[in-house]
Write a protein that binds this ligand. Structure first.
Ligand code: ASP
Length: 441
């Protein structure tokens, strides 16, 4: 029988009503054997996520707030869980756990410990509600001394542990360091736990349940009602998330990708929707559109260096890049001409070093001219279908120019998975709409 690992995000477990939906989803398919929950998220837009409440609890303790203030804050965290327990009609209480957590936070258990209790308590409740075993992530997810995730140790121990349980709940977001303290992943890290569990369980599928029906082809704040991406490869996803499209934690990709396990992004509120499949090889998955998605970002600057006979000067590019490296500035793109070289960098990175970088480039390369211009936005058109479809680049450019937008830079990755176009920041939204309308509408 196939095996699925299912992860539910905070919005999918924000209250008792959502717990019921989640249980229904899990019970509908017996192959959904291992469940990774987040902490309760927002119930309405002005609500606070339990994880954020726990971070504030830690700050209150650290800043030595009055004990009544700490008590009141802790009471509001307990209320989130107690409401879920009582509304689900469960017959148990977490007072022992609350007592222990409060004491630990009051006695320097650390910021990560405090934050991790959101998933821990939610995991206990969910396990009780489902009748599944509870596996504390503390005993199966490990970090190294330097704070990085210990993949090998985790996989060895976790895979053995999972074999002992037909069904289990493993809370997301945290694990332990070699000295026994609780450590969390970065924010949104329950996605990573889900991926790690899927790998250790040798799952056939990692379902990541959230509050949207998959990845959208473009940012809905810019494009009205964008279509959902049906299937996307890990590489395409990487290209799109680099440009700021996020639904899934970026580090959640590696464990399952290496193991060849696909991820299915699903919507807890609309379980019948197919969602987005993330796969390593897309053969067998047809694309309806030539492009898979469009993403983009504002806030880039262009450093342009001109020098006669530049192309025959050995080491020219290195000198330019060294000038950036000296000030810790990463480069994003390097569109070059015969006697000009441009380097696209993020404005926020170069901002405080602009004069020094310009001086360093001048000293090292003795150019005819060097300039630094801000206000560039990058638009990435991503799609594995572009390799086969002739004329895609031409369609992108004519759509943009048809919208009256001037193209300031073009960069096509050599794998033909993406075309990146630089436009003035004020033309960003126009350019995205023009491309979307050309390929999708
Ligand atoms: N609860 C954690 C957060 O809010 C982790 C997660 O939800 O994935 O960041």
């Amino acid at each position: 029988m196939s095996l699925k690992v299912v992860k539910f995000g905070g919005s999918s477990l924000a209250d008792a009503e959502h717990f019921r939906q989640v249980a229904e989803i899990i019970k509908a398919d017996p192959s959904r054997r291992y469940v990774v929950p987040s902490a309760p998220g927002k119930r309405f837009s002005e609500d606070t996520k339990v994880t954020d409440m726990l971070y504030s609890l830690y700050e209150l303790v650290r800043s030595r707030a009055a004990s009544e203030v700490i008590d009141a804050h802790f009471a509001s965290i307990k209320a989130r869980y107690n409401d879920i327990i009582s509304e689900l009609g469960l017959d148990f209480d977490l007072s022992g756990e609350y007592e222990y957590i409060k004491n630990a936070v009051l006695h320097n258990s650390g910021r990560d410990f405090a934050a991790s209790r959101g998933e821990y308590l939610n995991g206990i409740i969910l396990a009780k509600y489902l009748g599944f075993d509870f596996i504390d992530a503390e005993n199966v997810i490990f970090f190294k001394e330097n704070g990085s995730f210990d993949e090998e140790k985790t996989n060895d121990i976790l895979s053995l542990e999972l074999k002992e349980h037909k069904n289990a709940v493993i809370p997301g977001f945290y694990g332990t360091s070699p000295n026994g303290t609780v450590v969390t992943f970065s924010r949104g890290g329950s996605d990573i736990t889900g991926s790690i569990v899927a790998r250790a369980a040798e799952a056939d599928l990692y379902e990541n349940w959230t509050d949207v029906s998959g990845f959208m082809m473009a940012d809905p704040r810019i494009i009205k009602n964008p279509s959902i991406i049906d299937t996307i490869t890990y590489r395409e996803l990487r290209e799109l998330s680099y440009m700021g499209a996020t639904v899934l934690h970026e580090d959640a990709i590696f464990p399952v990708r290496n193991a060849g396990i696909p991820i299915n992004i699903k919507n807890t509120n609309k379980p019948e929707d197919r969602g987005t499949m993330i796969v390593s090889q897309a053969s067998g998955y047809d694309t309806e559109h030539i492009i898979t998605g469009i993403a983009g970002k504002k806030g880039f600057s262009v450093l342009t260096i001109e020098k006669d006979m530049m192309n025959s000067e050995v080491g020219f590019g290195r000198k330019v890049l060294e000038s950036l490296e000296d000030f810790g500035v990463a480069f994003e793109h390097l569109p070059s001409g015969i006697d000009t070289m441009s380097v696209i960098v993020s404005t926020s990175q170069i901002d405080e070093h602009r004069e020094k970088v310009l001086q360093s480039v001048t000293r090292r390369t003795k150019p005819d001219s060097v300039t630094l211009e801000d206000g560039l936005a990058l638009v990435a058109v991503v799609g594995r279908g572009m390799v086969k479809a002739r004329g895609t680049a031409a369609r992108v450019f004519s759509a943009i120019s048809g919208a009256g937008v001037n193209i300031r830079m073009i960069d096509q990755g050599s794998c033909e998975l993406n075309i990146i176009v630089g436009v003035d920041e004020q033309d960003f939204e126009k350019a995205l709409n023009a491309i979307y309308n050309e390929f999708v509408k």
